[in-house]
Design a protein around this ligand. Sequence first.
Ligand code: IPD
Ligand code: CA
Ligand code: CA
Length: 258
Amino acid sequence: MQDYLAFCQQLIQEAGQMLRDQLAVTHRVTRKSSTFDLVTEVDEAVQQLLVQRIRSQFPEHGIVAEEALAESEASDLTWYIDPLDGTTNYWHRVPFFCTSMALCDHDGPLLGVIYAPANDELFWATRGGGAFNRHGPLQVSHIDRLEQSLIVTGFPYQRAPGTDNNLTEFTRVVPHVQGIRRSGSAALDLAYVAAGRFDGYWEFYLKPWDALAGQLMVSEAGGHLSIVRSEGAIHGAGGMLATNGRIHGALRDLLTGE
Ligand code: IPD
Ligand code: CA
Ligand code: CA
């Protein structure tokens, strides 16, 4: 496990250097699942670096990555990779974005690493081994009242009026919390819950490469996770509520309208 972790920590920071170097450049952008779902040549170049390196170091491992990948498949040990989580921020040069990598076995994530290049912040967790950044172990916050909590969420790319676009849930939560954010990087949102900066996070329709690394960090940092609306999602990554545990029930009740 320590070998995989060291490999991943080194590689993800190399990828981060690429992202930093290219941040000021104007990027060619194409659209994927909807007008709002962007991909730039940097997403693809970073993914290529990560995939090539994993394939040469661990040829027996599976790789599932966000951008189209020939021979994308799961194996006994599989890497789930988002080369650039927060592409919309990146394209607008807003420095809240990251690379997210999780190594999973059949029971879920074994390790997760998230790197935010703009402020050179590295987060990692191993199953049963805790969650960390360079300053030491991560711990979720102690806030136990919704009115003192800072919550973060995200909206799906398919969000036409009248669809399941999270606006109903957003409206239910806003009046009851101290603050609510839409920061633009699901993986980093989860790392921030693990670090005790945000007290809770929810989002629907997440992909495994968005969620798995951060999910492990939250649980290893003492937080609580509920999987909601995750039919067919890998390791439950579809819809998720992640909190410090103390506000979990109250936030879940608000979200579900109970
Ligand atoms: C997106 C970001 C965003 C979240 C979306 C994700 P991308 O990932 O994490 O915060 O709300 O659900 O798809 O497209 O920037 O990799
Ligand atoms: Ca993503
Ligand atoms: Ca992405």
